[in-house]
Design a protein around this ligand. Structure first.
Ligand code: MSP
Length: 653
């Protein structure tokens, strides 16, 4: 079997999945985010005319769910039914365009899992042994002692683990180590964003232990296949859960929809990447099935900079936000706010700012302006006949942007996609300012004035088509005002073939995005930070923050400086006071902690690299107006200097 088998070249279909959500609590904003992205991607593919299948659902087995049901004094199935329904109802209310909502308690799913188990067993990939280890019920995962915090706590969630010893069936994960590494190497888009692939590769390189895939300590799970005649065991919840992606297509029952396999994009949160990028492909290899094209791992959402948790009472229910601000605005905000893969913060301020400036100003006002102008100048009639003649430059710029959008979707970069799309509105707004149709009307150049109005109508039409995966209803309203429908047909005409709108009458619409002045929801309660959680969060944040955009790098002004004077700071073991020339009369006092490594006189008339745009700081009462670049290791410190003399003030970068 070639695990790289994709459907490229053939009649491509797109299968997009969300993780299946645990039914131990109701949906929060993080769940909504994954679902929104997957929904937007599916709608995007549909717009392009692709045959798509979109799966979401609920993960209902395992000790965690059993315990939650007990806490709520409910039979487990009844409890699962109730919570699962809250997810389904929410997605229905949000008009999520899923094709199937799977539940792992569905009979067909269970049959499919049993069949997969039998196939793996028959292949010799599953064997029986004993397992003893530290088990985290919350994460439904065993952890080796070396990974535990303080020998007891789960490295993923910080909760305490239990020692569990039981007979278990094991999956030969170790057998697939090399095949997995080869797959990552040959398929750089298998894990997106690529920055996340390294942690997976390193984990696999660190050696894979066979995976315990059954449990005897509880019974709320898929039973063993009858052929194994071993009723004591139930399936490990992650084996059961991961297989949902194929059982939903009928694996093990009616396999007609297996034509959608392999998945094109499987969205997961970063916390469950390991399961999807290691276990899942190994299971698929064992089943002789091709691997998904991409596992897209997104970051976590915090609220006003704080991790959300029930105990802090700061969890945001997506419905609460949608009821107040509108679900489409929420979709836009979440997909625009964070670079895919990075953590995101939900704050009402940031949300309101985007609604007011991007949705209301850039988009809403543009539509209202051309409705107003066309009413005044041409009785609402819009004709694209002269757009090419007067606005070739704008049309070319717009089409170049539209052509570039597909790449952002391929890379799952929704924030870049929307950022680029917004450049269209900038083109429209700028054209109105630059060509001032009202002046042209006064100058008796009606053709030109109407061409500008028609240009903007076309900008809005094309932009609304491309916005429709993210804001389907809003886009449909704009399209309706512009007398066309969002469909793969109009996509083909307006985007692929770059055609313009035909002669039509524009419709008036009420303002799409009324400005919001004040937060509409109660603010999050001030929470007492839990120390362990904060430490973990800070470590995770540090790791995330270590990657920067090139623009961030260029925010630092680095310059070559020549040291003119240097003297020791009295009573300080470490500090030297330097006067550094940064060219063009910019003389800076820099107080540097380098006295143990350099004498003052040896520095005079030598060159150094200076961080030139730091806020001045005071060291031992002296102002320091810059920082010198230096490298320090166990042998000491050395200054970083230009290889050849350069003029003082020469920028570095
Ligand atoms: N049931 C498993 C997934 C099995 S998939 C075969 C599970 N469920 S979950 O309900 O706990 O989480 C579902 C998804 O929500 C995960 O992708 C997780 O990363 C995501 N999120 C949970 N909290 C989140 C945030 N605060 N922010 C963003 N996503 C978050 O794991």
């Amino acid at each position: 079997m070639n695990f790289n088998e994709t459907k490229k070249g053939k009649n491509v279909s797109k299968y997009i999945t969300t993780p299946i959500y645990y039914v131990n609590g109701e949906a929060h904003i993080g769940h909504a985010y994954t679902t929104f992205i997957a929904d937007a991607m599916t709608r995007y593919e549909k717009l392009k005319g692709e045959d798509t299948y979109f799966l979401t659902g609920t993960d209902e087995h395992g000790q965690k769910i059993e315990e939650s049901a007990q806490k709520n004094n409910k039979p487990t199935q009844e409890f699962a039914d109730e919570i699962s329904a809250t997810f389904k109802d929410l997605w229905d209310e949000f008009e999520i365009s899923y094709d199937k909502f799977i539940r792992t308690t569905d009979e067909e799913h269970k049959k499919g899992v049993q069949k997969a188990f039998e196939v793996m067993y028959a292949k010799g990939d599953i064997y029986k042994d004993f397992y003893e280890g530290h088990y985290c019920v919350s994460c439904e995962t065993f952890f080796p002692e070396t990974q535990l915090i303080d020998g007891e706590f789960c490295p993923d969630c910080g909760r305490s683990t239990n020692i569990v010893k039981e007979e278990s069936y094991f999956f030969k994960l170790s057998k697939y180590e090399d095949a997995l590494l080869k797959h990552y190497e040959q398929n750089p888009n298998f894990i997106l964003p690529r920055s996340r692939a390294n942690e997976v590769i390193n984990f696999v390189k660190g050696g894979l232990r066979d995976l315990s895939v059954t449990r005897t300590s509880f019974s709320w799970g898929v039973k063993m296949p009858a052929s194994l005649n071993d009723d004591k065991h139930v399936m490990y919840v992650w084996l059961d859960a991961l297989l949902n992606y194929i059982t939903a297509l009928g694996y093990g029952s009616d396999e007609a929809n297996m034509k959608y396999w392999p998945a094109s994009t499987q969205f997961v949160g970063k916390d469950i990447l390991r399961f999807h990028a290691i276990y899942w492909p190994a299971f698929l290899m064992s089943l002789d099935l091709p691997l998904p094209r991409t596992i897209g791992a997104h970051g976590w959402w915090t609220r006003d900079g704080e991790k959300m948790s029930k105990s802090k009472g700061n969890v945001i229910a997506p419905k609460e936000v949608a009821d107040v601000y509108g679900v489409e605005n929420l979709r836009y905000f979440m997909l625009r706010e964070v670079p895919f893969g990075q953590d995101g913060d939900f704050s009402q301020r940031a949300f309101i700012d985007r609604i007011n400036s991007e949705l209301s100003n850039d988009l809403g006002n543009l539509l209202n302006r051309i409705i107003g102008m066309s009413g005044k100048y041409s009785d609402y009639e819009i004709d694209s006949v002269d757009v090419e003649k007067y606005h070739k430059k704008e049309l070319d710029a717009m089409h170049a942007i539209l052509d570039s959008l597909d790449d952002f979707i391929e890379g799952l970069q929704t924030h870049r996609y929307l950022e680029e799309l917004w450049k269209l509105f900038a083109i429209g707004n700028k054209a109105i300012e630059e060509y001032a149709p009202w002046v042209k009307m006064k100058e008796d150049k009606k053709d030109e004035a109407l061409a500008t109005v028609a240009l903007v109508a076309n900008v809005l039409a094309k932009a609304s088509l491309m916005l429709s995966p993210v804001m389907p209803k809003t886009s449909a309203i704009i399209a309706d005002a512009l007398n066309f429908e969002i469909s793969s047909q109009s996509y083909k005409e307006l985007i692929v073939d770059k055609k313009l709108l035909k002669l039509f009458n524009i419709k008036k619409v009420p303002p799409l995005f009324p400005r919001i002045e004040e937060p509409l929801m109660a603010e999050a309660p001030e929470a007492e930070p839990n120390k362990k959680e904060v430490q973990k969060q800070e470590a995770a944040k540090k790791e995330e923050d270590s990657l920067i955009e090139i623009g961030q790098f260029f925010e630092t002004s680095l310059k070559v400086g020549t040291i003119i004077e240097a003297e020791e700071v009295p009573k300080s073991k470490k500090l030297l006071k330097l006067q550094v020339d940064l060219g063009e009369g910019d003389l800076r006092q820099v107080v540097a902690g380098i006295k143990e490594f350099y004498s003052a006189e040896s520095l005079v008339q030598t060159q150094v690299c200076v961080v030139a745009n730091l806020k001045p700081a005071k060291l031992m009462g002296m102002v320091s107006e810059g920082m010198l670049l230096a490298a320090k290791d166990e042998d000491g410190l050395c200054l970083v200097r230009p290889e050849k003399p350069k003029k003082a003030g020469t920028p570095i970068g």
